[in-house]
Every structure is written in C-alpha cells, then in structure tokens.
Design a protein around this ligand. Sequence first.
Ligand code: NAP
Ligand code: ZN
Ligand code: ZN
Length: 350
Amino acid sequence: MEKFEVKAYGTPAATADLQPLTIERRVLTDTDIEIEILYCGVCHSDLHTARNDWGGTAYPAVPGHEIVGKITKLGAAVSKFKVGDLAAVGCMVDSCRECSSCKQDLEQYCISGFTGTYNGRDKHSGGRTFGGYSEKVVVNEHFVLKVPENLNLAAVAPLLCAGITTWSPLRHWKVGKGSRVAVTGLGGLGHMAIKLAKALGAEVTLFSRSPDKEKDALALGADKVIISTNDAQMMSVKGKFDLIIDTVPTMHDINPYIPTLNLNGTLVLVGYLGPLDPYLNTVPLILSRKSVAGSLIGGIAETQEMLDFCGEHNIVSEIEVIKMEEINEAYERMLKSDVRYRFVIDMATI
Ligand code: NAP
Ligand code: ZN
Ligand code: ZN
C-alpha cells in the first residue's frame, strides 16, 4: 500500500525522551479522511504508552489521541465531511463494525479489539498506528467526529479522551438532576468529570489528596471537596454517592471509598489498569448491594453526543498550551500531578 511521510514526535524506547521523527501514513482509501492536526491533548495514557507502563508498546511510538484539526483531503466515497471542515479524532481509528458491540455503537468494546489511534495495528497498511503528535493523520470517516464551531479549538482537544471517558460512565449510570456524584483525582479526566456531571444536573464532590486544588475544584463546578487522606472528612460523606468516578492513574486502595457509596451505588474505575492492592473487601459491597465497575472511553456515537452537548453548554477543558519540544517536561509535571488541567500541544510548533 502506498504511503507518504509526515513529521511527528515520538520515542524510540521506553527510557528515551520524546524527539522528532518521520513516520509514514497510508495514502487515502475511498473512505479515508486526511486531517491536518492543529492541536493534540496530552493524556496520561500517552505517558503510560511511551514508557511501556502497560507492556506491549512497539517502538518507535508516537502518542496522542486527543486530536483536532482541519480536513485537507477526502477519499472518493466520503460523504459526511468536506475539505476545510473542522474534525476530531479520539482514541480509536478502526474496529470490525460487525460484532455485537460494534452494532450497539460500542466500538471501544469491539470483540476482536478496536484499533487504537496509536500503538495499534493498521488493518490497511499492516504497520503500526501513530498518534496525534504529528502534522497529519489519515482516518476512516466513521471514526472522525464533527467539532462544534463555537468552542475554543485547542480546548476541545481533551474532550476526545478525557471528556468521553468521563461522559460515558455518567450516561451509562444515568446521572442527572438529583444524582450525587463523586470524582477521585483532579487531573485531566477528573476536571472534565466535574464539569460534565455538573452540567447534567448532579451534585458533585471531589476526592483529592491535594488541598491546594480545592479552590479550582469549586470554580470548575464541584459543590464540595473531600481530602481523601482525612478520615473525619471521609466519614462525613458516608453513604452519600450514587456514582464515584475514580481517575487515579496508579495502584491505590479503593476500600476507603466504598462506605461513601449509597445503597446500589457504583464506584467505576477509569484510571488505573491492573490488580488492586490491598484486596477489595466484599463485605460492604454485599451488605448494601454496591458495585465496583470499570469503563473504557466511549463509542463514536456517544463521543459525538458529548461534543454536541459541550457545544450547547459551552464546555471545554482547562488547558495549558505547550510547544511540541516541551512535551518531556510536560510528562514530568504530569507525574507530579502538576497539570492545571490538561496540556495541549500547538502542532504548528512541531
Ligand atoms: P492526570 O491528569 O495525571 O490526573 C490524575 C490525577 O489523579 C492527579 O491529578 C491526582 O489528583 C490523582 N493522583 C495521581 N496520583 C495519585 C495517587 N498515587 N494516589 C491518589 N491520587 C493520585 O491523568 P489523566 O490524564 O486524568 O488520566 C488518569 C488515568 O486515566 C491514567 O491512568 C490514564 O491512562 C487513564 N485513562 C483511562 C481511560 C479509560 O478509557 N478508562 C481513558 C483515558 C485515560 P489529585 O492531586 O487531585 O489527587
Ligand atoms: Zn487518553
Ligand atoms: Zn467489533
């Protein structure tokens, strides 16, 4: 299959800094769209992948799955978009489109596995997929989203992962007026969870380890902040929440949060991928029918629903725009929870 070269920024090894690279993209098929990338958000998953935290990273790796830009070329059969339109791409660029998950618009749970925007296997070219820290991307039209025109484009980028990853559980667990929602961790995902839950009509509490984030949390729409290391504060919200969205990216003890759930309440893990330590105590789960669940990004239709909702409600991410060459420093700051609240790369600086 024919390919063309584009500039990118990525890493040749788990222990190397990100650096300039040249990568190849496939020449458009009939159903493909070429997007000139204008901004790309920096997700904690980019860092996990670059550093092989989850295993399985193929190098060189080019992260980035919060992509917004302008359409520069269309395959002959593309009908939903035109050249010059704004467009966005999130965490997926392909799936089988035929299995029971795909048929329910849940491509993220495709039974044969979705193709990740980076570190996936490109079904057309056979090579690896490369993410949005790059000049251009080529994506099947089904996986391209429409961007509301009224929003700040750079601040839309994080909606494509941080936004949808928190929107999907809010919708699945039917959060609305009268719901009581808590969010654990105020970073990229956490700050979007607060904004979206609030806009859906919920009463929102933040669990954080960082007292200095309280003022920001309230400004973002939280009604209350609980410092998770303070036992008295934790006791004060016993039995309160219908849903807790836990965005913490590392191993942590979730047992202290379970008593803060209401009867039938659910703690949904979206941040940490791996075994829990210490073990989860089932007693409080059984005694008041509580659940611990997980959730992965969101489907394409649901992502469009979230973008349209953000357009209507004027919701975007709080961002710090960086130059491409500042990415290694941004990763270090992310590891220190020093992100207010999402880095976005200005791709003109690549
Ligand atoms: P982030 O911006 O780095 O935010 C994570 C926040 O968690 C931090 O700001 C901090 O908030 C809190 N935190 C960090 N370390 C902690 C610790 N050891 N104990 C307790 N709290 C801690 O990261 P993000 O981009 O939001 O991503 C969060 C996680 O979600 C990552 O692991 C990422 O890979 C994952 N993710 C999952 C999905 C999915 O589909 N399920 C999608 C995207 C990302 P405080 O200072 O408030 O405590
Ligand atoms: Zn992400
Ligand atoms: Zn499928």
